[in-house]
Each structure stands twice: as C-alpha cells, then as structure tokens.
Write a protein that binds this ligand. Structure first.
Ligand code: ACO
Ligand code: ACO
Length: 155
C-alpha cells in the first residue's frame, strides 16, 4: 500500500467528529465528549478518507496532552501511529509547550511499547482510573485494565 505521510489538518468546527476512529482508543462517546470540545482534533487522510486522528488538549501553560490517538484498523502497523506521535510532538513544541503528556491502560502493551519507542517516559500511574471512571471492565491482551499509565516527553 502506498501511503503519503503528509501532515494532518485541523478538523473544522462544522465537520463531523470522527467518533468511529476515536472509539478505537476510548470506550464511550460520553468520555470522548469530555475532552473533544476543549481539544484540537487533527486528522490524517488517505484517498479523501480520514484514517487517523489525534486530539491535543491543553493541561496548563507548560503541558499539553494527547487525549486520544487512533488509526483505522485496516491501516494499523504501517507507521501512521508513529508519524502522528512525531507530528503531535512537533506541533506541541511549536505551540511553546514544554511537556507532552500521554496516558494509556496498564494492559495496552503495544501502546506502551510504541510511546516509549518515540521518546515518552513513564512518569506515573493513576491508580484505578479505569475502575473508577468507566462503566464496564476493560480487557486488553487478556489483562484487566485498572490503572492509567502516564508518560511524558520533554519538548
Ligand atoms: N505488541 C507489540 N507491538 C506491536 C503489536 C503488538 N501486539 N502490534 C504492532 N506492534 C508494533 C509494530 O510492530 C510497530 O512497531 P515497529 O515500528 O517497531 O515495527 C508499532 O507497534 C506500531 O507502530 P505504527 O504502525 O506506527 O502504529 P499504528 O499506525 O498501528 O498506530 C495505534 C498505533 C494508534 C495505537 C493504533 O494501533 C490504534 O489506533 N490502536 C487502537 C486505538 C488505541 O489503542 N489508541 C491508543 C489509546 S491511548 C490514547 O489514545 C492516549
Ligand atoms: N512479547 C510479549 N509476550 C511474549 C513475548 C514477547 N516478546 N515472548 C513471549 N511472550 C509471552 C508468551 O507468549 C507467553 O504468554 P502466553 O502464555 O499468553 O502465550 C509468556 O510471554 C511467556 O510465558 P512462559 O513461557 O511461561 O515464560 P518463560 O518460560 O519464557 O519465562 C521469563 C519468562 C522468566 C521472563 C523468561 O523469558 C526469561 O528468563 N527471560 C530472561 C530473563 C528475564 O528477563 N527475567 C525477568 C527479569 S525481571 C525479574 O527477574 C524480577
């Protein structure tokens, strides 16, 4: 498959929010809506179809978080996720932030691998985050996801 690893673009206000993709990375629309409105949605397109997305959400004057990142199932494993993470890093830096934050579940082995590979370091753990905030148990790789592992990249 030939992919053009171009820059993402900001989703316009009047465009539909790509919930189908965002739901790959988070469990419910309600939870996605809790950060979608205050965040910037960047989309990655291939043949005029949105196949990748990430959301940047300002935490404070120095820190910004990738709240959601997802690549369409048919296009995973081709390097798009890596491309999006590197681009998000560049955007955060250009905006003047000092720290880029990302969090994922304790069972998300691929994500933990990928985030560390592109330069994030584990900095903390939000104990029982998924138990306390999500309606039903979540399993990934056969592991019950209870905690959120927090990672940071200095810019
Ligand atoms: N275990 C370990 N590593 C794996 C696995 C696996 N099961 N499957 C693939 N990988 C590796 C790949 O080999 C590749 O590493 P490499 O470059 O060393 O070969 C890497 O993981 C994947 O790299 P990309 O192809 O750049 O990533 P991709 O385009 O697949 O995007 C993403 C990654 C965004 C996590 C995608 O898989 C996805 O959308 N998953 C579902 C949604 C999701 O979980 N999002 C993140 C939730 S956390 C958050 O949103 C903040
Ligand atoms: N990524 C993810 N999972 C993997 C990988 C991999 N690269 N390779 C194997 N696995 C899985 C296997 O599929 C299996 O899971 P499954 O049952 O779901 O299929 C599991 O990991 C391995 O299970 P076992 O066969 O029971 O474990 P093994 O006999 O290989 O022993 C051990 C594991 C002790 C970690 C061994 O690989 C080893 O000696 N490694 C080198 C030393 C080491 O790293 N020790 C641990 C350091 S930390 C400490 O000592 C406290």
């Amino acid at each position: 498959m030939t992919l053009n690893y171009t820059q993402t673009r900001l989703l316009e206000k009047e465009e539909q929010i790509p919930y189908e993709l965002l739901l790959l990375a988070d469990e419910t629309i309600e939870i996605i809506d809790s950060y979608v409105k205050g965040g910037e949605i960047y989309v990655f397109e291939h043949n005029s179809q949105i196949i990748g997305v990430y959301i940047l959400y300002i935490l404070d004057a120095k820190a910004i978080e990738i709240k959601n990142i997802a690549v369409h199932k048919d296009y995973q494993g081709l390097g798009i996720g890596t491309h999006l993470l590197n681009e998000a890093t560049q955007r955060a830096k250009e905006k003047g932030f000092k720290t880029l934050v990302i969090g994922t579940a304790n069972g998300a082995i691929k994500q933990l691998y990928l985030y560390q590979k592109v330069g994030f370091e584990i900095t903390g753990i939000r104990k029982n985050f998924f138990v306390d905030n999500y309606p039903a148990p979540i399993y990934e790789n056969g592991i019950l996801c209870k905690h959120m592992i927090m990672l940071e990249k200095q810019l």
